[in-house]
Design a protein. Structure first.
Length: 418
C-alpha cells in the first residue's frame, strides 16, 4: 500500500481539500497549545517524578502514581476531584458509574439532548431487557427532544427540569449515531444555565466522550457537576491501554468510586499493574494527538464534499468532538469506505471489515479499526450501523499524515463503487 495505489483524481481532490484547511489547522494547533500548557502546569504543580510511574499489585493501596494522576485530571479539567482507573472497561462503564452516583431510587433522570446512544440507553433501561439498569433500581427517566434543527430546546429543558423529582440531568456532548452536531462547551453552558434557572439542586452530568481537548475548556469549567469518558479515546493520547475517568464535584466522584468498588473502599483500592507511565505519557500527549485527529476529520470532510457526499461537520465548521459523520446513502459505499480505512491502518491492514451483531446495539455494525489498542477511538477508525441512510462515523488519527493516507484510500474505494 502506497500513494501510488491511489487514483490521480483522488490525489487532486485531496490536495484541494488540504489547501482549503490551512487556517482551520492553525486553529486546532492553537487549542492544542493552550491545553498542553494546562497539562504541563498540572504535571509540574503535582511534582510528577519517576516514582509516579511505578505500578502496584493486589489491592493497590498507596499508589502514588494513581493518586497523583487523579489530582492532575482534576486540575486540568477544573474539577474538585477525579477518578482515573484502568478498572473501567470502556467509556460506557465510566458513564454508567457516574449516572448511578448522581441518581437515587425515586429520582428522575432527565436527558436534555434526546435519546442517548444505544449502549447507554440499555444502561438506563430504555432499550433492551437489562435487569441491572437504572430503571430496574427505581430511577425514573424522561427526556427532552432536540429541536428540528438539532439544537437544544432550552425552553423545553427549563419546563422539564423544573419538576422537583428531577434530581439528575444528562447531557451527551458527542452525536453518537445521530445526525445532530456535537455540542460545544458554550452550548453546554447555556443548557446548564437553563437548568439552574429552575432547578438549583439537580446534579448535571456530561458524557464527555470524544470531546476532551477539542476546546480550551471542559464542561466542568462551566458548571457541570460531573463528567466522564474513556482513556482509549481522547485523554489517553493513544497510549493508555484501557480505562476511563470521572471528574467533578468531590462528593459525586466519591459516590462514583464507591459504586465502582464498594462502600468503605471507594477509590483507595485499584492496582495499576505497571501502566502508570502510559497513562501519564498519554495524557501529556493528548492535546497534540487530539489536534491530529481533528485535522484528519476536517480533511475527510473536505474530500468527501468533493466526492459529492454529505458530511458533518462541514470542512470549515467549528468542531467540538473528533467524530466525522458521512452520509453514504448506500451499504456498498459505507462498506467501501470502511475497507479503505482498514487498508490504511498500521495493524490488520489485510483484514476486510464486515457487519456484525455488536453487543449493545440494535442493528448490525460495521467497524474498521486497525489499531494498536483494541477499540481505541483516538486511533483512525470508522464504524456505522447497517441501516438507512447508511451513516459512517470516522474518528481518530494518531498522526495527521497517517490519517490523511487512510482517508484517501477510503475515498479511492468509494469512487470504485458503481
Amino acid at each position: 500500500m502506497s500513494l501510488t495505489d491511489i487514483t490521480p483524481e483522488v490525489k487532486r481532490l485531496a490536495s484541494e481539500a488540504e489547501g482549503e484547511l490551512r487556517d482551520v489547522f492553525a486553529g486546532f494547533d492553537h487549542v492544542s497549545e493552550l491545553c498542553t500548557l494546562k497539562v504541563m502546569r498540572a504535571f509540574q504543580e503535582f511534582r510528577v517524578s519517576e516514582a509516579c510511574f511505578a505500578g502496584t499489585t493486589g489491592y493497590g493501596y498507596n499508589d502514588l502514581g494513581r493518586d497523583t494522576l487523579d489530582q492532575i485530571y482534576a486540575r486540568v479539567f477544573d474539577a474538585e476531584q477525579a477518578l482515573v482507573r484502568i478498572g473501567f472497561v470502556n467509556g460506557t462503564h465510566a458513564i454508567a458509574t457516574a449516572l448511578f452516583a448522581i441518581c437515587r431510587p425515586g429520582d428522575t433522570l432527565l436527558s436534555v439532548t434526546g435519546t442517548p446512544y444505544d449502549t447507554l440507553a440499555r444502561t438506563i433501561g430504555i432499550s433492551g431487557d437489562v435487569d441491572g439498569s437504572l430503571k430496574f433500581y427505581g430511577v425514573d427517566y424522561a427526556q427532552v427532544e432536540l429541536l428540528p434543527d438539532g439544537e437544544p430546546d432550552l425552553v423545553a429543558i427549563k419546563k422539564a427540569a423544573a419538576n422537583p423529582k428531577v434530581r439528575a440531568i444528562a447531557i451527551q456532548r458527542s452525536r453518537g449515531y445521530a445526525l445532530r452536531r456535537a455540542f460545544g462547551v458554550d452550548d453546554i453552558e447555556k443548557i446548564i444555565k437553563a437548568v439552574r434557572a429552575v432547578n438549583e439542586s439537580a446534579n448535571i452530568f456530561v458524557d464527555n466522550c470524544y470531546g476532551e481537548f477539542t476546546e480550551a475548556r471542559e464542561p466542568t469549567a462551566v458548571g457541570a457537576d460531573l463528567i466522564a469518558g474513556s482513556l482509549i479515546k481522547n485523554p489517553g493520547g493513544g497510549l493508555a491501554p484501557t480505562g476511563g475517568y470521572i471528574a467533578g464535584r468531590a462528593d459525586l466522584v466519591e459516590r462514583a468510586a464507591i459504586r465502582m468498588t464498594t462502600p468503605g473502599i471507594g477509590g483507595e483500592c485499584g492496582s495499576t499493574l505497571g501502566v502508570n507511565r502510559l497513562l501519564y505519557q498519554g495524557y501529556f500527549m493528548a492535546p497534540h494527538i487530539v489536534a491530529q485527529a481533528l485535522k484528519t476529520a476536517a480533511f475527510c470532510a473536505g474530500l468527501m464534499q468533493r466526492l459529492g457526499l454529505k458530511s458533518s461537520p462541514a470542512p470549515l465548521e467549528a468542531r467540538h468532538d473528533i467524530i466525522q459523520m458521512i452520509e453514504f446513502g448506500s451499504a456498498e459505499k459505507l462498506l467501501g469506505f470502511c475497507r479503505g480505512i482498514q487498508r490504511g491502518s498500521p495493524v490488520d491492514s489485510y483484514v476486510t471489515p464486515v457487519p456484525w451483531a455488536m453487543p449493545g446495539y440494535e442493528d448490525e455494525v460495521v467497524m474498521a479499526a486497525g489499531a494498536f489498542i483494541q477499540g481505541s477511538s483516538i486511533e483512525l477508525s470508522c464504524d456505522g450501523p447497517m441501516r438507512e441512510p447508511y451513516l459512517g462515523f470516522m474518528q481518530g488519527g494518531l498522526t495527521y499524515e497517517s490519517g490523511k493516507l487512510g482517508v484517501m484510500l477510503a475515498a479511492d474505494e468509494i469512487v470504485q463503487v458503481k
